[in-house]
Design a protein. Structure first.
Length: 318
């Protein structure tokens, strides 16, 4: 489908936003890791003339919370206010980063996810959600209580209350533990400790970026899966600083839609600036040079023939 937003409209809207918000605009589409964090922080450091505020278009499936925390803290050192634009997926560590924003702007395609830290599986070749362990423990706890309750009440009814409460509770407890223990015995305590540590990391970074403890707790434990969608409506209930895109921001989102909708294999970490007329001319010249390359190669061939002698065709004619 053809993009209906022209480059001219994009330039006008971006210039308007830069002027109105007094912001330097950056785009970050990719995995949150130390390498990409270093690249982004170097962008901040190399920028000699800075605006007062920072606006960041962020699209990510998540990554390392340490790296995400470093990025936000660096922005806070260089700028007074941080606005984060969410025009696509902003999951896990991406959600953590938005806790440090002064303002969050979302569109139809913007979505957050829980603060779900990804853990390496035993085969070391793939990751698994930390929520899997939390959900498993919650389920086992619920089943254990339900089993105990049913066994206890059944014993009391069957014995017509001739069995004492203490005896019935003891029997029900043994039955319940016997049912659950083969399953709970498969839980690796080391892995469980890793899960708890990861949750603690997410919580502690969250509290350093945001003072709303209830919000952080909800983002960590209130959602069932890593990919659970937290759209604009729900985000507005969770966060106090979320708003909908305005006209100029909507134009930016539509023009960059293919880039910012989802994370691709190639990371995009750069300053977002209007494309000026002189830049357009440079692009046009570069395209012409590329188109002329085959002709230049033919010219060089002909020159070599003239230098080395006549061509085969000419020699035959002789």
């Amino acid at each position: 489908m053809k993009n209906l937003i022209t480059m001219e409209k994009f330039n006008i809207s971006l210039k308007n936003l830069i002027k109105e918000t007094q912001s330097d605009f950056f785009i970050f589409v990719g995995t949150i890791n130390d390498s990409n964090a270093d690249k982004f922080i170097n962008l901040l450091r190399r920028r000699e003339v800075k605006e007062v505020n920072c606006s960041l278009i962020l699209t990510t499936y998540g990554g390392d919370p340490d790296a995400g925390y470093r990025i936000i803290r660096a922005i806070k050192r260089y700028y007074e206010k941080l606005s984060i634009y969410v025009f696509g997926f902003c999951k896990s560590t991406g959600t953590l980063m938005t806790l440090g924003a002064d303002e969050v702007i979302m569109s139809d395609f913007g979505e957050f996810g829980p603060l779900d830290i990804q853990l390496t599986k035993d085969d070391e070749l793939s990751n698994t959600s930390g929520l899997n362990f939390v959900q498993s423990l919650t389920f086992l706890n619920e089943q254990l209580f339900r089993s105990f309750e049913e066994n206890f009440l059944s014993l009391k009814r069957a014995s017509q209350n001739t069995i004492t409460t203490k005896t019935a509770a003891d029997i029900a407890s043994r039955l319940s533990v016997g049912l659950i223990s083969p399953i709970s015995g498969q839980i690796d305590p080391v892995k469980l400790g890793e899960v708890q540590r990861s949750i603690r990391i997410a919580n502690d970074y969250g509290t350093r970026l945001c003072e709303n403890d209830n919000l952080i707790a909800r983002l960590i434990v209130a959602y069932p899966s890593h990919g659970f969608v937290i759209d604009y409506q729900e985000a507005s209930e969770l966060f106090t600083n979320v708003r909908w895109v305005n006209d100029d921001e909507s134009i930016i989102e539509q023009y960059l839609h293919k880039i910012v909708r989802s994370q691709s294999e190639n990371n995009i970490i750069d300053v977002l600036e209007p494309i000026e007329e002189k830049d357009k001319k440079i692009v046009e010249v570069e395209e012409k040079v590329i188109d002329l390359k085959p002709e230049n190669e033919n010219i060089e061939k002909n020159e070599n023939i003239n230098k080395n002698g006549t061509s085969k065709k000419a020699r035959k004619a002789e």
